[in-house]
Design a protein around this ligand. Structure first.
Ligand code: SIN
Length: 316
C-alpha cells in the first residue's frame, strides 16, 4: 500500500492510497480505498497514520450500509454504544447515532440550541478516541462541518500561557446551550442524566504524546483551580483561540462522504445553515477511548455535581 502525502512525500510503501492535505495543520482527503471492502492491516495502518498527522481524514464516494459503517470502525478499535444518554435510534444498530437537522421556517424561534465547537462526549472520563460520520441525506447547499487541531492550537500559545494551563484541570458537563425557548425532547433526553468528568486542560495525546489544548466550548463548565471569574475569562480566551482560522478545515459534504476524526486531538462544529425547507441526516459511530493524562500527571476522572471524584467510575 503506497501512501503519497502530496505535501510531504511518500510515507509508506504500496501503490494505491493517496493522502491529500487540505490545510496547513488540519484535514486530509484519502483516495484510493473502497471502505466497503474488508481492510488489510497495511491500509488500516496507513489511514491511522494519516489520522494522527492530520487529525481528521475524509473519504469520498463511499456508499456504506449501516453494517459497513460499523465494520469500518472495527478496523480502528472497538465501536462504543452510540450515546450514553440518548436512546438508540436503530435497535439493530445501537452503535449508530443519527444526527438530524431540519429547517422548517415555521419552527424558527420555537427553541434554539447554540452548537459550539466541541469534541464528542468529553463529559465522560474516557471520551471516544475517534468518531466516524457518514452523510446520509444532504441539503443541496450549505451545512458544511469544520474541525480544528487542538495540538496546533496548544503549540501556538505563548510560553507563559502554556506554562499556566499545563497544571490546570477542568470539569466538562453534558449541558446544551439553549438560547431561546425550552429545550426540545431530544435536548431534554440528552441532558436528563447529568454526566461530568474532570480532565487536564492540557492533555498528552495517548498515541503521539503531543500536548493538546483540551477545553471544550460546548461542555467545559469551569477550571477547577481558579475562581469562577478567572475561569470564565481564561476559558473565553482559550475557547476563542482554539478555533482560530489557521488551525481549522472546512468540509463540503457530498453524497457518499465520510469524515473520520481523532476526537482526542480535534474539536468540530456542526453547521447552523441547513437551508429553509431542507433536511440533513448524518449517522455517527464512535470508537472506545481512554482517560487522559496531563503534563503534571493528573488523570481524567468522573466527578459528581460538587466536582468531587466519583470512586470507581473512571471509565464510562
Ligand atoms: C457532530 O457534532 O458530531 C456532528 C457534526 C455534523 O453534524 O456535521
Amino acid at each position: 500500500m503506497k501512501v503519497i502525502n502530496k505535501a510531504q512525500g511518500k510515507i509508506d510503501a504500496g501503490d494505491r492510497l493517496e493522502v491529500l492535505p487540505m490545510s496547513q495543520h488540519t484535514g486530509a482527503e484519502i483516495h484510493g480505498v473502497d471502505l466497503r471492502e474488508p481492510m488489510d492491516d497495511s491500509t488500516a495502518h496507513a489511514i491511522r497514520a494519516a489520522l494522527l498527522q492530520w487529525k481528521v481524514v475524509f473519504f469520498r464516494d463511499q456508499e456504506l450500509t449501516r453494517d459497513e459503517h460499523v465494520a469500518l470502525g472495527r478496523n480502528f478499535g472497538s465501536v462504543c454504544p452510540g450515546h450514553p444518554t440518548l436512546a438508540p435510534r436503530f435497535p439493530e444498530h445501537p452503535e449508530i447515532v443519527m444526527i438530524e437537522k431540519e429547517n422548517h421556517s415555521d419552527d424558527l424561534g420555537a427553541n434554539e440550541i447554540e452548537h459550539r465547537w466541541h469534541n464528542d462526549l468529553s463529559y465522560m472520563a474516557a471520551p471516544p478516541m475517534g468518531s466516524i460520520l457518514r452523510a446520509v441525506s444532504l441539503p443541496p447547499y450549505g451545512a458544511d462541518t469544520e474541525w480544528t487541531n487542538l495540538a496546533a492550537a496548544y503549540a501556538a500559545l505563548s510560553a507563559p500561557i502554556r506554562e499556566l494551563i499545563d497544571g490546570l484541570t477542568a470539569v466538562h458537563h453534558n449541558v446544551l446551550h439553549v438560547v431561546r425557548g425550552e429545550p426540545n425532547k431530544l435536548a431534554r433526553e440528552f441532558m436528563a442524566t447529568p454526566l461530568r468528568a474532570r480532565h487536564p486542560v492540557v492533555t498528552l495525546h495517548p498515541e503521539t504524546g503531543e500536548r493538546q489544548l483540551y477545553v471544550n466550548p460546548d461542555y467545559t463548565s469551569h477550571i477547577v483551580e481558579l475562581s469562577r471569574q478567572e475561569s470564565g475569562h481564561l476559558l473565553e480566551m482559550l475557547n476563542e483561540h482554539l478555533c482560530s482560522r489557521e488551525f481549522t478545515v472546512r468540509f463540503r459534504w457530498r453524497p457518499g462522504s465520510i469524515a473520520f476524526w481523532d476526537n482526542r486531538a480535534t474539536a468540530h462544529i456542526a453547521p447552523a445553515d441547513v437551508p429553509p425547507g431542507h433536511r440533513r441526516v448524518m449517522e455517527r459511530i464512535t470508537l472506545d477511548g481512554t482517560s487522559f493524562v496531563g503534563p503534571t500527571g493528573f488523570e481524567s476522572v468522573t466527578v459528581d455535581g460538587s466536582g468531587a471524584a466519583v470512586v470507581g467510575t473512571r471509565s464510562p
